[in-house]
Design a protein. Structure first.
Length: 115
């Protein structure tokens, strides 16, 4: 799991179960377990009820934690500390998800390993 990952796709499911699949996305994730740190960000726009909303996720952390027992990856700091569920991990693919409570959104991020 360690290394540099490029964001390939985002799937957002809102509180009304409307799904948004975004393929023209911008972001990256760098995981360094030796240093216990993560870095990266992603941003995306959603067209919801004729309004454009911009969302931002910051992966920067100096206290990176991965729980093998629960497949949880914990990144961020302070109020921005988020626990992500690892859905898929291969040599090439990493899929993580979490529920963003304030936005009522289940967010799934698909990353591809940078070579």
């Amino acid at each position: 799991m360690e290394g540099d990952w490029s964001l390939a796709r985002i799937k957002v499911t809102d509180g009304q179960l409307a799904e948004h699949i975004l393929e023209d996305v911008n972001g990256f994730l760098n995981l360094n377990f030796d240093a216990g740190s993560s870095d990266g960000f992603l941003s995306f726009d959603l067209n919801i009820d004729t309004g454009i909303y911009v969302f931002w996720v910051d992966f920067q952390s100096n206290d990176l934690i991965y729980s093998l027992n629960s497949d949880e990856l914990i990144m961020g700091s302070g109020d921005q500390r988020i626990t992500y569920k690892v859905i898929l991990l291969t040599k090439r693919d990493l899929v993580i998800e979490y529920y963003d409570v304030p936005s009522f959104q289940l967010r799934k991020f698909v990353f591809v390993k940078q070579e």
